[in-house]
Design a binder for this molecule. Sequence first.
Ligand code: FES
Length: 171
Amino acid sequence: MSDADTDTEERIREAIARPKNMGEMADADAVGTVGSPDCGDMLRMWLKFSEKDGRKVIDRASFQSFGCQTAIAVASVATELLAGKSVEEALALEAGDLSQPLGALPPMKIHCGQMVEGALRQALEAENEDAAALAPAPSLPADSTLLGRISGSRTGTGAKLRVVKLEDEDE
Ligand code: FES
């Protein structure tokens, strides 16, 4: 194992031990939730916006991870990195950018970073869409799966919520 791999593992361990910005955000403006068909894990991200120099920027971000420790590590560093970014800047960030403070994720864990990217995109898109058009994934029976339970649960905020499944890479 290379030194870089060891460093990444250590950073992931530290981020899991002391995650930043973990938990529901009561006054969020937008929420995004994604689920991975590969591992069954889910991740939710809340965003709060503010105005800075006439631009809409992310004031703060928080998250909850359902089932995945690596996603906790990526979401922790990503939510720190997102503070102060404009919506356009945030939309330009990919999974590798969001997990960059941890170093390169091992191949088996790359989809954990993609979960964070997916939740961020959902929240940003939810903010830009009419709340009336937002609905849980229609193909999933309510309450029969983790996804159904989460999509049917309250967000705890007046934030806009949409739940989607990430693309299955095998398809
Ligand atoms: Fe599935 Fe990390 S193992 S998101």
